[in-house]
Design a protein around this ligand. Structure first.
Ligand code: ZN
Ligand code: FE
Length: 269
């Protein structure tokens, strides 16, 4: 029986603002040293951490093809001969298991089981990994924001994000970048009166002042404060309509407008 709780996650930082997540095996399997490496854009910090902690790498999970998520794959595969899971609909060298929605990944020795979600928009084949109340979402959803739409359409991204609204509120959301402060600045322009958002900005500022990550968050907090999950909420719709100077008929249009609004300003995501 695979438990949904007790998941231990650690991380290394890479480049300016990337997080490379390590999913550890379950303690009841005595597998805490075994790790899955999520989106290793750079091998060096990963290898350093593995050596330092005597971790036993078991697999790599890839969410999408961008170099800051894949650049370390080759070196890690050469060093540890581990399988690479990744999106079936993108060209990524060294993928052993091409994945699409409805597939599951079972890592028995670690006691881990993950479902695959298709979340296109940022890239055309972007996938996410969901298991043990944790979501590894790459660049689709950020804390307080969402990925830029580079390859897909706003409609696709809206659909991908709508999927996330159906997940449990206590799902831990692990995104791949520390963009939160910047994201929340924009969120506040959209919803200046959102009290949970004001609170989140204070907490985020404190964390960043002490150099702490603001990721993971919970899906509940994202639903309360992330404008890109709030296309069904009146205050966001009104703000988007004021920006667009016209009425917006569907939640997808609200989403597209808010995304466009942010794209035309200077934000990192
Ligand atoms: Zn990306
Ligand atoms: Fe990225």
């Amino acid at each position: 029986m695979i438990s949904r709780t007790n998941l231990k996650i650690s991380h290394v930082a890479a480049f300016d603002d990337n997080y490379i997540w390590f999913i550890h095996g379950l303690p009841e399997k005595s597998a805490e040293k075994q790790i899955i490496i999520v989106d290793p854009g750079d091998a060096e910090p990963v290898i350093n951490s593995i050596r330092h902690h005597n971790y036993l790498p078991q697999a790599i999970f890839i969410t999408h093809h961008h170099h800051d998520h894949t650049g370390g794959i080759k070196e890690l595969v050469d060093a540890y001969q581990i399988p690479v899971y990744g999106p079936a609909n993108e060209r990524i060298p060294h993928i052993t298991y091409p994945l699409m929605e409805k597939q599951t990944i079972s890592l028995t020795s670690m006691g881990l089981l993950f479902d695959v979600l298709d979340v296109p928009g940022h890239t055309i084949g972007h996938i996410a990994y969901l298991g043990h109340q944790s979501l590894f979402i790459g660049d689709t959803l950020f804390a307080g924001g969402c990925g830029r739409i580079f390859e897909g359409t706003a409609e696709q991204m809206h659909e991908s994000l709508s999927k996330l609204l159906n997940l449990e509120n206590d799902t831990m959301v692990y995104c791949a970048h520390e963009y939160t402060q910047d994201n929340l600045k924009f969120a506040q322009r959209v919803e200046p009166d959102n009290k949970q958002l004001i609170q989140r900005i204070e907490q985020t500022t404190q964390l960043r002042l002490s150099n702490q990550p603001t990721v993971p968050s919970t899906l509940e907090l994202e639903k309360q404060t992330n404008p890109f999950l709030r296309f069904n909420i009146d205050s966001v719709k009104t703000a988007a309509e004021n920006f667009a100077q016209k009425s917006l008929k569907t939640p997808a249009e609200v989403f597209r407008t808010v995304r466009y609004w942010k794209d035309t300003r200077n934000y990192s995501a």
